[in-house]
Design a binder for this molecule. Structure first.
Ligand SMILES: *Cc1c(COP(=O)(O)O)cnc(C)c1O
Length: 357
């Protein structure tokens, strides 16, 4: 017999990323991975170019300049920040460090798929709690927590639903969990949220030790290709991640790009304003045409075509015009497509295809 991985590994459905090619179509517009409408911030491009000269040097293993910049930007203690090769890396390390054979990890039914993959990798049983009207069911998640539960994952806002839970509901989740259960608050889309009382997680982390907030440069900061995420948590959790992560897990050019992106003047404001405008326009136009759109607090829309056939037909219309969006079968939502808010021109093309295609 040839070498075999642990049995739990064989239960993993490999993550299928957003497509980026359509055979026979030259101009491709990729709206399948929520990568941000405007590309990388110019300051980040300059920093990457500059970093190329020093590419023979190992990166700063502590990501000191980036953690300091993050601390200044969000008013956080840099000592309680850890950077990762995307937040995906931190998700995996958290599962391996706190989960494992004989333990359970809880997520909501339409939560981010990486929790399932990383949880199974660790050997944990992953429990998916049904949602209510496309919103994580806090009571259901609390009821699912048992003696073997070690981690609860919650993305707020959530991908792929776009849904936002009130801050009070997130606090209620934390308050209802045992103190030895790690709550991972994944706030990948935090910068897009405009609700006044929204807490991306830092306040809850400060109030409740077994909690970590995860953030990323892959969405509003347009740096998905550079792989930079970060976490803010209690010292013990940060220390744990620092023990297990690779010592040089974030490339030097990536650290430089992220640090520069934070200082790009007006970037977040510009992106949020554009996103809000086009998210509202697209949702309204689709709803007028009788197509259901789930409320979104992110840079994408979950569009519901009522049947899998309806979603497939819409996907085909979009593809014929070079527009690639995300099919949702892998998430158990085969009647839906997830469409990233792109530039004004790209949004208009989506509307033309769906409404007049
Ligand atoms: C995109 C996304 C991430 C992954 O971010 P990376 O930093 O690119 O690994 C994590 N969580 C959610 C909910 C996301 O949508």
């Amino acid at each position: 017999m040839t070498v075999q991985p642990r049995p739990s590994i064989l239960s993993i459905e490999p993550y299928v990323g957003g497509e980026s090619k359509i055979p026979g179509v030259n101009r491709i517009i990729k709206l399948s991975s929520n990568e941000g409408a405007f590309g990388p911030p110019p300051a980040a491009i300059a920093a990457i170019t500059e970093a190329a000269r020093e590419a023979h040097r190992y990166p700063d293993g502590g990501a000191t300049a980036l953690r300091d910049a993050l601390g200044r930007r969000w008013g956080l203690d840099p000592a309680r920040i850890v950077c990762g090769n995307g937040s995906d890396e931190l998700i995996s390390h958290l599962c391996l460090a706190y989960g494992g054979e004989g333990t359970e990890i809880i997520m909501s039914a339409y939560g981010f798929l990486m929790y399932d993959i990383a949880g199974r990798y660790a050997g944990s049983r992953v429990i998916k709690v049904p949602e209510r009207n496309m919103l994580a069911d806090i009571d259901g998640m609390l009821a699912a927590a048992g003696p073997r539960t070690r981690i609860v994952f919650l993305a707020n806002p959530n991908n792929p639903t776009g849904a936002l839970l009130p801050t009070s509901e997130v606090a209620r989740l934390r308050a209802g969990l045992r103190d030895d259960i790690l709550l991972v608050l994944d706030s990948a889309y935090a910068e897009y949220v405009t609700e006044p009382d929204y807490d991306a997680g830092a306040k809850l982390v400060d109030a409740a030790p077994s909690t970590i907030m995860l953030r990323t440069f892959s969405k509003i900061f347009g740096l998905g290709g550079m792989r930079i995420g970060w976490g803010y948590g209690a010292p013990g959790i940060i220390e744990t991640l620092n023990r297990v992560r690779g010592p040089f897990n974030v490339a030097a050019a990536s650290q430089a790009a992220a640090t520069a992106a934070l200082s790009e003047p007006g970037w977040v404001e510009k992106c949020v304003a554009h996103n809000g405008e086009w998210r509202t326009r697209m949702a309204a136009a689709l709803e007028r045409a009788g197509i259901k759109v789930w409320p979104s607090h992110t840079n994408f829309l979950l569009v519901d075509f009522a049947t899998p056939e309806g979603a497939q037909a819409a996907d085909a219309k979009l593809k014929s015009r070079g527009l690639i969006v995300r099919a949702m079968g892998g998430y158990g939502l085969p009647a839906c497509l997830r469409i990233t808010i792109g530039t004004a021109e790209e949004c208009q093309m989506v509307l033309d295809a769906l409404l007049h295609g």
